[in-house]
Design a protein around this ligand. Structure first.
Ligand SMILES: Nc1ncnc2c1ncn2[C@@H]1O[C@H](COP(=O)(O)OP(=O)(O)OP(=O)(O)O)[C@@H](O)[C@H]1O
Length: 335
């Protein structure tokens, strides 16, 4: 759906030339939900603006459904932009229009008739869970509700792609959960492809299946979350997992970091290893989180007993991802 080929973009600022994107190549298949993460100034918003055709790259190509957007004339560019929904970190609604009126605006501008407008706006109010607020004005809504209205407005033209640039910025937990639920529903029920920029790991955990890490305008990592879980050096995914704190206070024969995926693994694997191998398995640090609906745990475990290696190999055979940490007792650990 979206392909970036070697996209670069610089800005002239007071302090000189700033490279916001530096040779970024990226593929986002139709129906995917990609989280673009990275520190402040990494280039996330610039990437979103290049993909939404609000910004033209200095070099490289942005393709939408195979179409090289650099070749579009002004009219086709405008038409293509309309197929892309965009929401920023602020709702930017028209205060003098109701929620329904804000959502309807793009349809009015493109001359869609009243009955079709009403049907479409009604459907989107339902999607964002604000049917009963149709006649409310922005000032009477919470910021989280306003953002949901902005998402509905971005979706009203039935775009295939929705870009959300830092959609949960400055929202409280309830507001964040509401906006993420709406983005998730948009994908599930309308089939839109999602590209979300964020510095909030919970956004990626909740609604993304792919992640791209930018830093200094460069794409450092890109891939499926569950694939990247296997890479102990993946900055993007390691940041999504519970941190492993604490240290072994007693001697351990083996120390390993274990990532467990799915209900069965998280609930049962470590106790079963203990029982099977007569090995004492203790959790030194880590915890449980979720990626989408899937429970994922990361623990640092210590093992004591003659069959510690066999227990670790058995845990790995059951689908756990096992890595020996950099420090700690020596031992060969199944990878
Ligand atoms: N219009 C502009 N004019 C000048 N510099 C810009 C412009 N837009 C972006 N930049 C610079 O480009 C770099 C990347 O900015 P960008 O907003 O894309 O990063 P970001 O990852 O979205 O950051 P944040 O998380 O803080 O929003 C930054 O150094 C920024 O100051």
């Amino acid at each position: 759906m979206i392909t970036l080929e070697n996209v670069s973009k610089s800005f002239l600022s007071r302090t000189g030339n700033v490279t916001a994107l530096d040779g970024v190549s990226l593929d986002v298949p139709a129906g995917a939900a990609l989280g673009v993460v990275g520190p402040a100034g990494a280039g996330k918003s610039t990437l979103a603006r290049c993909v939404s055709l609000q910004e033209r790259p200095d070099a490289g190509v942005v393709r939408l459904d195979g179409l090289n957007t650099a070749t579009l004339d002004t009219r086709s560019l405008r038409a293509t932009r309309r197929q892309i929904g965009f929401v920023g970190g602020e709702a930017q609604l028209f205060k003098q229009r109701t929620a329904a009126g804000n959502i309807a605006l793009p349809l009015e501008q493109s001359g869609v008739d009243g009955p079709r407008r009403r049907a479409r706006v009604g459907r989107l109010l339902d999607l964002i869970g604000l049917t009963e607020k149709a006649a409310a004005y922005p000032d009477d809504l919470t910021e989280g509700q306003r953002r949901r209205v902005a998402v509905a407005r971005a979706l009203v033209g039935e775009p295939g792609l929705l870009l959300a640039d830092d959609p949960t910025a400055n929202l409280d937990a309830d507001g964040t959960a509401g906006v993420l639920a709406v983005l998730d529903r948009a994908r599930a029920e309308l089939g839109v492809t999602l590209l979300v920029t964020t510095q909030d790991n919970s956004v990626v955990r909740r609604i993304c299946d792919d992640v791209a890490l930018l830093d200094g305008g460069k794409l450092l990592e890109h891939g499926n979350l569950f694939n990247l879980l296997r890479d102990p050096d993946s900055r993007a995914v390691q940041a999504l997992l519970p941190s492993i704190e604490g240290g072994a206070s007693v001697h351990q024969d083996r120390v390993a970091d274990v990532v467990l995926i799915g209900f069965a693994a998280v609930g049962a694997l470590l106790p079963e290893a203990t029982a099977r191998f007569g090995t004492q398995v203790s959790v030194i640090g880590g915890g449980l989180t979720r990626l989408g609906e899937t429970p994922v745990a990361r623990f640092r475990i210590g093992l004591r007993g003659e069959r510690a290696d066999a227990a670790l190999a058995w845990i790995a055979d059951r689908g756990a991802i096992v890595h020996q940490p950099l420090s700690g007792p020596q031992g060969v650990v199944a990878a």
